[in-house]
Design a protein. Structure first.
Length: 361
């Protein structure tokens, strides 16, 4: 997963308060229940040593009503300067996670984010299309724009003979321009960082859009159903999207698992275990950090034992939770992060796929 949205946290100095809390209000007493959960989290932070101003900042943010149907979970990270991270997901969490320490505790967030996808849905036909950016946890689009829409000649009735051929040629040009307009809009969204594109609609127009997107850094998936004028309407579209997202998640995890297995077999461009992975971060080699967060939390990293390990302003001689330390290292070096079970990681709580291999040196 791309963890660039965590970058701001790691430009700040700790210690940090980290809270993952259910903020759903799906009952008559929902507001009161949320108030009790926030109060309990605040008391736990205070007992852990968080100063009053940090506790207050976190409590105020968690007390806000979110514009999201239940279930809803909120992750808030704050330091003495205020809230430095705030994200709401359409998932339920129980029990809550509350922490105060030199690094943020993002284990719970990692599990939520691993199931969360941002994607583009492009619905296209001969008359143009709609391009929307979605978060897989939220039914409504983050943004939505129309593209194309040129209908000149499309609705005109040909009169036969050479006129019919001319009509057909001009109509096909209109369809092509509309598909190009949709593809251009999708490309602008891809440039903003979205890496999954679902294309639905008229097969010919969808094929043109897909072809235009072949050389982009995104994964582009043609939906076999779910067009705008299709029988089944919204339900057919939602089912097609769910199937595509599930297939993408499974494919992504299998690809990582296979890459790790292959590289372990070759003993090349891979690191396993907390110490080896930390040293790979020191050398700037890590492309993708693979970890089982709960298992990694049982291990520790001491910065002074890894000269050059950049975790920001943290104590160099005190043990840090390995999951927190390695995620911090990943964010600070622009590495990707993926959550996989320990059994897939060769029995290790963490592993790393490397950008290059210096094992021969």
């Amino acid at each position: 997963m791309d963890v660039t949205r965590l970058s701001r946290i790691f430009t700040e100095d700790g210690p940090f308060a980290s809270v993952l809390l259910d903020v759903s209000r799906d009952s008559e007493t929902g507001a009161h229940e949320q108030e009790l959960r926030v109060r309990a989290a605040a008391e736990e932070l205070a007992q852990a040593g968080a100063p009053a101003e940090v506790v207050e900042a976190v409590s105020e943010r968690l007390s806000e009503q979110v514009d999201l149907p239940a279930p809803a979970a909120r992750t808030v990270v704050a330091n003495r300067s205020g809230v430095v991270f705030d994200e709401v997901t359409h998932q339920r969490v129980d029990p809550p996670s509350v922490g105060w320490g030199p690094l943020p505790d993002l284990v719970g967030w990692l599990h939520l984010a691993d199931r969360n996808l941002r994607f583009v849905l492009a619905l296209v036909d001969h008359e143009g299309g709609d391009v929307a950016v979605y978060n897989s946890d939220i039914p409504e689009p983050e943004s939505q724009t129309s593209a194309g829409g040129e209908t000149t000649h499309v609705h005109k009735v040909p009169v036969g003979g050479w006129s019919a051929l001319r009509y057909q040629h001009e109509t096909e040009n209109v369809w092509s321009r509309n598909a190009d307009a949709v593809a251009d809009e999708v490309q602008s969204v891809i440039r903003s960082g979205v890496r999954l594109v679902l294309v639905a609609g008229d097969p010919r127009s969808a094929a043109q859009v897909t072809e235009r997107l072949e050389n982009t850094p995104a994964t582009v998936v043609r939906l076999e159903s779910g067009g705008r004028a299709e029988d089944g309407g919204d339900e057919a579209q939602q089912q097609a999207i769910r199937e595509a997202l599930m297939a993408h998640v499974v494919s992504r995890r299998l690809e990582l698992a296979h890459r790790l297995k292959d590289q372990l077999g070759q003993d090349s461009a891979v690191a396993t275990g907390v110490r080896e992975v930390a040293e790979a971060f020191v050398r700037g080699q890590v492309d993708t950090l693979l970890l089982d967060p709960a298992e990694a939390a049982e291990f520790e990293v001491v910065v002074r034992e890894h000269p050059g390990l950049d975790l920001g302003a943290v104590p160099a001689d005190k043990p840090l939770r390995a999951d927190q330390a390695l995620v911090a290292a990943a964010v600070r070096t622009s590495a990707n992060v993926a959550v996989l079970p320990r059994a897939v990681l060769g029995g290790s709580p963490v592993a790393a796929l490397l950008r290059w291999d210096d094992s021969s040196n």
